[in-house]
Design a protein around this ligand. Structure first.
Ligand SMILES: Cc1cc2nc3c(=O)[nH]c(=O)nc-3n(C[C@H](O)[C@H](O)[C@H](O)COP(=O)(O)OP(=O)(O)OC[C@H]3O[C@@H](n4cnc5c(N)ncnc54)[C@H](O)[C@@H]3O)c2cc1C
Length: 590
């Protein structure tokens, strides 16, 4: 077995991992950092792949309204209060206070943020009071990944790609190493006293998701296995996305007010929203894209979810106006918002013609973007949509140094939790990876200066090899792919837009049974085995957390029955977060 030695092991290759590795090296240049990532470095994970019409990086800068030395407090308040007051306020404070530094670091690395008169341009995103979203365009995250990767390579740190860490090793002093496996099923070990976990979210536990390959919740499962609690796992950002292209149908896609139709052209929203304000609700969905109990536009997600579960396909149709649409009857506020978005001032648009005319006026790039990917709205093609998982707001419970209850284990970015609440104002996730990535990297490097790796016992290396051999020899009736498909199908049905006590209990029972089954490993890779196992464990954590919260908050809409249209209300007794953990006695929720 190959054995690597390092002071700090960084697990992951996204924006958070790169920031952590860079921070460790820049703060203490003598630190031996090793980065291990699944996939190709710079190409795997959400940061390197995620795109939307305008991807946001939140920062409170000197010119960000309301201005003044205390402006960061409004930012912290948005994260905490709009988050439903179920996170740690001090972590929100850290995000807000460190946001300007995080932004300017990326700016210095050459991330091409849009600027006007030398100042970064900032716009207002979902769930914020002031415009804080800096951006480069649809590729903000990809631009951040590229700039960080250049810096990482410039610092000359070693890395190991196409390899996953599948087990952490802990002794009485805390972290003492980790075990990994390559895509060719070669096991390796790492001797280290400090680990930064930056493994991202777990969108792949849902059938309908917009995450890249490999987002199987490995970090959550690894932490749980060491007895570390996860927090806020029921809060998963879900939003309407194009099934074929994964484009989030936010902003202009809703402000153009398209028709929501099924495969036969039946317009179904009026069945769910009988009032006159139906078109205003669709318009406002543009600014409240993720599912949220606190925003009335969640009725649209419910309608789409119900139609799909009744066996229909759901499309956005931009070729005809919805029944009864009249642009001049939109509220004055919404018409003003529309005016603010106009991009093609030279054309005469009849706003009552059809949604396509409006989309052309406010976001012609979206039409071209979709055409480049095979969906031509101009010839009347429809955009099939689904409610898709996009971000995990919760994760490994961290404190202010990105630390966890195990000495030497730090977590940051999407795999960490406690910094965001139920709703996450758009743009704070990319920020989170930069702020806590830096904190984690520096703290891990600082620890490695005092506690040197003691080396993994040779017996534990042998044990891992024997374990791998035994796993490879497992034979049964269920295939790995069948296990994963089942988890994904159940999660998209029972732990998505509509959750009920019965649905969650049934899902939990089915997934627990899957967890007890040994898959047939004939011709299968161990790599795939660990990813599937981690998906199952993460799904159980989500289901248990969701079952404990018998109220609605953020993206967690809890119903008495799936026949209902109105979710149960938020309740004051649930204004706290749930932490979930397990040990030899089973799962615990506190
Ligand atoms: C479509 C979309 C749009 C988004 N829009 C925005 C936005 O506008 N603003 C915003 O702030 N956020 C947005 N987000 C969220 C944001 O992009 C992510 O939360 C963020 O990029 C996560 O960064 P990360 O470094 O923590 O994880 P990732 O970038 O996902 O990286 C995780 C890394 O860990 C590796 N890995 C996982 N498990 C292992 C293992 N066991 N061993 C080794 N390596 C492992 C993966 O291969 C990957 O390299 C969006 C997300 C999506 C999907």
């Amino acid at each position: 077995m190959q054995v690597f030695n390092c002071d700090v092991l960084v697990i992951g290759g996204g924006g958070t991992a790169l920031r952590a590795a860079i921070a460790a090296k820049e703060r203490y240049p003598e630190t031996a950092v090793l980065l291990v990532t699944k996939g190709t470095l710079g190409k795997s994970g959400a940061t390197a792949n995620a795109r939307s019409d305008r991807m946001a990086f939140h920062a409170t800068l000197e010119h960000t309204p309301p201005g003044g030395p205390d402006a960061w407090k409004y930012h912290a308040d948005d994260i905490y209060r709009i988050g439903g007051m179920v996170s740690d306020y001090d972590l929100a404070e850290m995000l807000a206070k460190n946001s300007a530094d995080a932004f300017y670091y990326l700016d210095r690395l050459g991330v091409p943020f849009v600027k006007k008169n030398g100042l970064p341009v900032q716009f207002l995103t979902d769930g914020s009071i002031y415009p804080r979203a800096c951006y480069t365009g649809p590729d903000t995250a990809i631009d951040i990944e590229k700039a960080l990767l250049n810096r990482f390579l410039e610092l000359g740190m070693p890395f190991k790609e196409h390899s996953m860490i599948y087990k952490l090793a802990v002794n009485s002093h805390g972290i003492c190493g980790a075990f990994g496996i390559t895509e060719n099923d070669d096991i390796f070990a790492v001797n280290t006293s400090s680990i930064v976990m930056a493994t991202g979210g777990a969108g792949r536990i849902y059938k309908d998701n917009v995450f890249p390959k490999g987002a199987t919740g490995d970090g959550y499962a690894l932490a749980l296995e060491c007895g570390i609690p996860l927090v806020n796992m029921e809060f998963i950002q879900i939003g309407l996305c194009s099934r074929a292209t994964k484009l989030a149908c936010s902003g202009s896609m809703m402000r153009a007010v398209p028709r929501f139709i099924d495969e036969e052209g039946r317009e179904f929203l009026p069945d769910y929203i009988p009032g006159d304000d139906i078109h205003d609700i669709v318009f406002r969905k543009g600014a409240s894209w993720p599912l949220s109990y606190e925003h009335p536009s969640h009725i649209i997600d419910i309608a789409v979810f119900k139609e799909i579960n009744a066996g229909h396909k759901v499309y956005l149709d931009f070729s005809k106006n919805p029944i009864g649409f009249d642009f001049d009857r939109l509220s004055a506020d919404n018409r003003k918002l529309y005016e603010d978005e106009i991009q093609t001032s030279d054309m005469k648009c009849n706003r009552n013609d059809n949604p396509l005319a409006r989309l052309k006026e406010i976001n012609p790039n979206a039409i071209q973007w979709l055409k480049n990917r095979g969906i031509d709205l101009k010839i009347g093609q429809k955009l099939e949509i689904m409610p898709a998982a996009q971000h995990f707001q919760g994760g490994i419970k961290i404190r202010t140094m990105a630390d966890t209850p195990i000495a030497g284990l730090f977590a940051a970015g999407e795999c960490a939790g406690g910094q965001h609440g139920a709703n996450r104002p758009g743009g704070n996730s990319l920020l989170d990876g930069q702020v806590f990535g830096k904190i984690a990297g520096e703290a891990a490097a600082a620890r490695s200066r005092t506690i040197k790796p003691q080396g993994l016992a040779s017996s534990s290396l042998e044990q891992q090899q024997l374990h791998a051999k035994a796993l490879k020899e497992m034979r049964s009736d269920i295939l790995l792919s069948e296990q994963l498909d089942t988890v994904q199908r159940i999660m998209s049905r029972q732990a998505s837009v509509m959750r009920t006590g019965d649905g969650l209990a049934g899902a939990l029972s089915d997934i627990n049974k899957l967890n007890d089954m040994k898959p047939d490993m004939k011709g299968q890779s161990l790599y795939g085995y660990f990813e599937t196992k981690n998906s199952i464990i993460t799904a159980i954590a989500v289901l248990l957390s969701a079952s404990a919260r018998k109220e609605s908050r953020g993206p967690h809409l809890y119903f008495n029955s799936t026949e209902d249209l109105i979710p149960l209300p938020s309740l004051p007794e649930y204004q706290h977060y749930f932490m979930i953990s397990y040990d030899q006695n089973g799962w615990h929720i506190t």
